[in-house]
Design a protein around this ligand. Structure first.
Ligand code: NI
Length: 168
């Protein structure tokens, strides 16, 4: 296993739209286990392949308190959504910032696992929010896109400054 480098906003690679996964092979399973390791180490509750500069429709999450319910979603689709709720969101690609975002409260998801097996399940609360957030990454979208231009620009300039300091 290996830790992967996480891209930070406003890196333009985070705007890439991911392609469907078609090969369920050893290389894919290696990426899945590296993404879990990277997510747990960060630590975070979800990570999309886009964030580690791999532009395929794959995300991992674990919203359990015990950090013992890993879930890998490949080619995920939201087939039903209802209700809405507002929750503070953060993102490993936007370190240090938490802002309220409005999302569907309940969703029904169809996805494949790392062996290509398709299943459907329901999610609500934090898990539903996390899945919607990670699926946005696969479309090149970030939670800061839901904020006002003023807020987003402020976050962008602070992160750019931080990245320059690190590089210098
Ligand atoms: Ni994120």
């Amino acid at each position: 296993m290996a830790l992967l480098n996480i891209l930070h906003f406003p890196d333009p690679r985070l705007r890439t739209v991911a392609k469907p996964v078609t090969e369920f092979d050893a290389e894919l399973r290696k990426l899945v286990s590296d993404m879990f390791e990277t997510m747990y180490e960060a630590p975070g509750i979800g990570l999309a392949a886009t964030q580690v500069d791999r532009h395929i429709r794959l995300l991992v999450l674990d919203v359990s308190e015990g950090r013992n319910r890993p879930r890998c979603l490949i080619n995920p689709e939201i087939i039903e959504a209802d209700g809405d709720e507002e929750m503070d969101e953060g993102c490993l690609s936007v370190p240090g910032y938490y802002e309220k975002v409005r999302r569907a409260e309940h969703i029904r998801v169809r996805a494949q696992d790392e062996n290509g097996q398709t299943s459907e399940f329901e999610a609500e609360g934090l898990e539903a929010v996390c899945i919607q957030h990670e699926m946005d990454h696969l479309e090149g979208k970030l939670f800061v896109d839901y904020l006002s231009n003023l807020k987003r620009n402020r976050i962008r300039s602070k992160l750019v400054k931080l990245q320059k300091q690190k590089a210098g």
